[in-house]
Ligand binder design. Structure first.
Ligand code: SF4
Length: 217
């Protein structure tokens, strides 16, 4: 497959994904969320869309997204550039509904994750990304060993994904549901991860990576 054919192949993939109803969600407004990027070299993999995404039809459209895009600004990419150049995928693509505790969203079940996995595998095979950014525990566990976040965030990992060596820079979930990010030592790990992202974006020519690094706010 040549890079020239990627937009056409991704368009066909998006059309098929948009029509997926494997999970038979009772709410007919719950549909797969689709990335806009047409010539990506980088993929971000999140957990699952939230409630805000049902209306907006775009990944990371709510409060967690505002935090994520603030972090990414610090890594040199504004939101429009990121959405244009980075393919935003997820472990599952449809809103799973609220958690039974009433705090946050339900974590997709192992069955839902397995049903949705072929979409992510197809994207990894089509895009052959040079860099993957897994966001949050569920996405990180999809690619790396289950170690504590403070052993994983702040580092560039090199691992084999679908038979190819890929760089991974994991980020914590920006939802605020976990207090992990509030510890000063963990904020420093996030700063380090954003520094690695800035260097990778610059090296790969993604968006308009700017020259200066700020601390996380
Ligand atoms: S969660 Fe995934 S497998 Fe299930 S309906 Fe949505 S896109 Fe299809």
């Amino acid at each position: 497959m040549t890079a020239r054919r990627l937009p056409t192949l991704l368009d066909a993939h998006r059309e098929a994904l948009a029509a997926c109803r494997r999970c038979a969600h009772p709410d007919e407004r719950v549909l797969p969320i689709i990335s806009e990027a047409r010539r990506p070299r980088v993929m971000l993999v999140g957990q699952a869309p939230g409630k805000s995404e049902i209306e907006d039809r775009r990944a990371f459209a709510g409060r967690a997204g505002r935090t994520l895009f603030r972090w990414l600004e610090q890594a040199g990419l504004d939101e429009p550039s990121f959405r244009r150049d980075v393919y935003i995928a997820a472990v599952t693509r449809c809103y799973p509904g609220p958690s039974s505790s009433g705090r946050g969203d339900r974590v997709p079940s192992p069955e839902e994750q397995a049903r949705c996995a072929p979409w992510l595998e197809a994207e990894l095979d089509l895009i052959r990304p040079a860099l993957i950014i897994p966001v949050g525990r569920l996405a990180i566990d999809r690619f790396l060993d289950n170690e504590p976040l403070d052993c994983l965030v702040g580092r560039v990992h090199r691992t084999r994904v679908r038979g190819r060596e890929v760089a991974l820079i994991p980020l914590p979930h920006p939802s605020g549901a976990s207090s992990w990010i509030n510890l000063p030592a963990n904020r420093a790990l996030l700063d380090r991860a954003l520094h690695h992202l800035r260097a990778a974006f610059t090296r790969l020519g993604v968006g308009r990576a700017r020259a200066t690094t700020r601390r996380t706010a």
